[in-house]
Design a protein around this ligand. Structure first.
Ligand SMILES: [Zn+2]
Length: 372
């Protein structure tokens, strides 16, 4: 294992922040896995799973079991991790600009397409090399005009040439679920089985360029743009892994999640060894555009009727909001059927607050598909 320090642009004199990456296994095979924890810095299960991964990877490296370079960044957002407001950690939005740390990664598609035009041939492997070189060149040119822009550039530079990228997050209160690009589902399915994901949300365009999509989507768009005569493989299988809820912090559970991820790396050939039997799929993948976000019709105390992981049907009451002054009670009713995979942990909500998400099978949403 070697560690590397990646210094971020200095935001204020006298402060220095850096991203630290740990690199396991051989770095000369041309194959790579990248795993980062807690990009939303107050979502700590990812950090704990990354810690457990490091323990297991160290043993596997010692035993000569690693077939690829495996990069782990347990604390991928030192900016967000330093943010507190009135004693509460605030790790989702950058204090200086209000931007979500998992949005607005640079879109390099047009620049990379222009760079590789005329260079691509009939060999998909050689084409992939040209595309990676073009992405690398464009990332070097990407400005890091702020600490936040520097963080985005650093993380994408560490991840862009990986065959597999896992971005470890969690929701407020939730069951295990995944987000990935629709055409990657068959490759991600073994991970969904191993982690026993209760929902997998698929999209080709979620909106606002989250990290996982910035890594994988460019390959799909190039594939679409160049057509079958100049084959472009999907060079990066990138997944946002939602490790249940923010309070689901448990070392034994984290070790099991890390073991499941290592087994996925065995299935995909990045770790030696065979996984003899995959567990059955806990839930089919569904379109992100079919995921219903239910909101509070009035302000008041939020009392859930349904728990994360429960199946709900159309017209089921999933929660009630009670105005303690007027005595009014308003039902929150599901307008789709599916698993309620995540809900808000807050007990007081104002009118219009999003309170839970249900993974429906029928797409009905357009535009930006992710929450703020
Ligand atoms: Zn997150």
């Amino acid at each position: 294992m070697i560690s590397q320090q990646h210094r971020l642009p200095i935001q204020t004199p006298g402060t220095i922040r850096e991203v630290i990456s740990y690199h396991y296994g051989p770095d000369n095979t041309g194959r790579k896995v990248y795993i980062q924890g807690s990009l939303h810095a107050d979502e700590l299960p990812g950090m704990l799973v990354a810690h457990c991964l490091r323990e297991q990877l160290a043993q596997l490296e010692e035993a000569g079991e690693l077939a690829s370079e495996i990069v782990v960044v347990p604390v991928c957002n030192p900016i967000g991790l330093s943010q507190f407001l009135l004693h509460a950690p605030i790790g989702r939005f950058d204090f200086s600009r209000g931007e979500n740390f998992n949005r607005h990664y640079p879109d390099l598609f047009e620049a990379v397409k222009a760079r590789v035009r005329g260079k691509l041939g009939t060999d998909a492997k050689i084409n992939a090399q040209h595309i990676r070189e073009a992405i690398r060149a464009e990332l070097v040119l990407t400005p890091a005009s702020s600490e936040l822009a520097g963080l985005r550039k650093t993380l994408l530079s560490l991840a862009f040439d990986a065959d597999i990228v896992l971005d470890l997050h969690c929701d407020s209160e939730a069951v295990m679920h995944l987000y990935t690009l629709t055409p990657l589902w068959s490759r991600v399915e073994p991970l969904a089985r191993l982690l026993q994901a209760r929902a997998t949300l698929l999209a080709t365009e979620s909106g606002d360029s989250p990290f996982d999509e910035a890594c994988s989507q460019i390959w799909w768009r190039l594939q679409e743009a160049f057509g079958p005569d100049t084959p472009v493989e999907l060079g990066c299988t990138s997944v946002t892994v939602e490790l249940r809820g923010a309070r689901d912090i448990n070392l034994e559970m984290a070790r099991n999640d890390a073991r499941a991820i290592i087994d996925y790396l065995r299935v995909t050939g990045h770790v030696h060894g065979v996984v003899t039997a995959l567990p059955p799929l806990a839930a089919d993948a569904t379109p992100l555009a079919g995921s219903a976000t239910l909101s509070a019709p009035i302000s008041g105390v939020l009392a859930f009727v349904k728990a994360p992981g429960e199946l709900v049907a159309v017209q089921d009451v999933v929660a009630q909001v009670i105005d303690p002054l007027t005595g009014q009670t308003a039902d929150i009713v599901s307008h789709t059927s599916g698993v309620m995979y995540a809900r808000d942990a807050r007990s007081f909500v104002t009118q219009g607050t999003d309170v839970c998400k249900v993974a429906g099978r029928v797409p009905f949403r357009h535009g930006r598909l992710l929450s703020a």
